[in-house]
Each structure stands twice: as structure tokens, then as C-alpha cells.
Design a binder for this molecule. Structure first.
Ligand code: MN3
Length: 240
């Protein structure tokens, strides 16, 4: 496993300390345990646990990141050994296990690792998320009419997702659209689609802070926590 693969496993463009540590241990293991692929690790949270409060409290982060996200990593590490997916980059595992009922457990855990890493990056502390780039804003205006209308469409998808799932802003062939996915499903598996931002609408994402008020959680996230700098980077990559 080289450093690029480790970065893909983390599903993030920034070189997290965790990913570098995994790369170092992978190199150290080389030779003495050639058969054993290094375990996947939980990517570092890109801000302090209390940084998203009061919309998302440190207590929610402690469960959502510390228990749920970590749990998907732990479970996948138990499922992978002995399968054709062992040692592959996370995105490849997600794409290759998608739509295969016999690989549902691997897909669900791998996709949830990827989706959550993407969700944490889709958020930023209030006032730190920047603005859409000129190119992204032009695409938003073309698709929705305005940034406010884009957020309203994202909120609508978040509310209409029945049960657990995700609402996404996605670029496809240069145009933008809103997508909602149930459970662990992710636009990553849809050919030609590049996710730009996501909002987790599983109850574990908001119940401690908002109880049943999903609409209030979604509104607060969209109004204060979206990381438009991250979305702009993703949009630029989708155009490249
Ligand atoms: Mn979640």
C-alpha cells in the first residue's frame, strides 16, 4: 500500500496525521507480514469536537464520530480479511461492493466510513466555511437560481429522505443536482457523479441536540456550518 492508497482510504485530500501514521506502520510491516493488509483507520476529525456547537454539540460528536464512525471502521476491519477487498483503497471497496447483496455488510460499513468522512469535511465551524468559488456559484445559479434556492432544495431533500440517509449536492457533467440516498447509499457509486457536500440525516446525527426536529437541525447546518471551500475544491476536481 503506497501513500496515495492510504490517502484514498482516508477518503480525504488533506494528509491527516492518522493517514500518515497508517502509512508509516504499513511500511514497517512490509516484509514481515506481507499477507496481512494494514487495518483501515478512522480519519482525524478536521476540527475540535466542540467546534460545531451549538448546532452539533461535542456530545453528539463523541457518539457520532467516536462511536458510530469508529464502529464502521472496526466492523469493516473484521469483515475484510480473506475477501478480495482486503488491502484495497476505501473508494474501490465502496464502488466494487455496491449493488451486490452478498457483499451488503462490506458495502454498508465501507460506504458509511466514506460518507461520514465526507460529512465531517462538508461542515466547518460557524464563520469558517467560506463562500462558493465563482465557478461553483455560477453553476449553483444556473441549476437553482440562487444560493438560497440551492440550500432550500438541499433542505427539501433532507426532509423528504424517509428514515435514515443522506442529502447531497452533486456535480454531474458540469451541472449540479440534489440527491438523497437511504441508509449507506452514496452518489460515489453513481457513474459520472461527484459529491460536493452532504448532510447526514440519520437520527444519530441530531437526536441528542434536536430530538425529533430534523428540520431545525438541517436549517441550522445549512445556515451556519456548510463548508463551501470544501464544496468548491470538489467542484474544481469534478471539472478537471
Ligand atoms: Mn451518521
Amino acid at each position: 500500500m503506497n501513500l496515495n492508497q492510504v490517502k484514498s482510504v482516508a477518503g480525504v485530500s488533506r494528509r491527516s496525521f492518522v493517514a500518515l501514521t497508517a502509512a508509516a506502520s504499513a511500511m514497517a510491516m512490509k516484509g514481515r507480514a506481507a499477507e496481512a493488509a494494514p487495518a483501515l483507520s478512522l480519519p482525524a476529525l478536521p476540527y475540535a469536537p466542540e467546534a460545531l456547537a451549538p448546532t452539533i454539540s461535542a456530545q453528539t460528536i463523541s457518539f457520532h464520530y467516536g462511536k458510530h464512525h469508529q464502529g464502521y471502521v472496526n466492523t469493516l476491519n473484521k469483515l475484510l480479511p480473506g475477501t478480495p477487498f482486503a488491502g484495497k483503497p476505501l473508494e474501490e471497496i465502496v464502488r466494487e461492493s455496491a449493488g451486490k447483496p452478498e457483499q451488503a455488510a462490506i458495502f454498508n460499513n465501507a460506504a458509511q466510513i466514506w460518507n461520514h468522512t465526507f460529512y465531517w469535511q462538508s461542515l466547518a465551524p460557524a464563520g469558517k466555511g467560506g463562500q462558493p468559488s465563482q465557478a461553483l456559484l455560477a453553476a449553483i445559479n444556473a441549476a437553482f437560481g440562487s444560493l438560497e434556492a440551492c440550500k432550500a432544495a438541499l433542505a427539501d431533500a433532507a426532509m423528504k429522505q424517509f428514515g435514515s440517509g443522506w442529502a447531497w449536492l452533486v456535480a454531474e457533467k458540469g451541472a449540479l443536482k440534489i440527491v438523497k440516498t437511504p441508509n449507506a447509499e452514496t452518489p460515489l457509486t453513481q457513474s459520472g457523479a461527484t459529491p460536493l457536500l452532504t448532510v447526514d440525516v440519520w437520527e444519530h446525527a441530531y437526536y441528542l441536540d434536536w430530538q425529533n426536529r430534523r428540520a431545525d437541525y438541517v436549517k441550522a447546518v445549512l445556515d451556519t456550518l456548510l463548508n463551501w471551500s470544501f464544496a468548491s475544491e470538489n467542484f474544481a476536481k469534478a471539472q478537471a
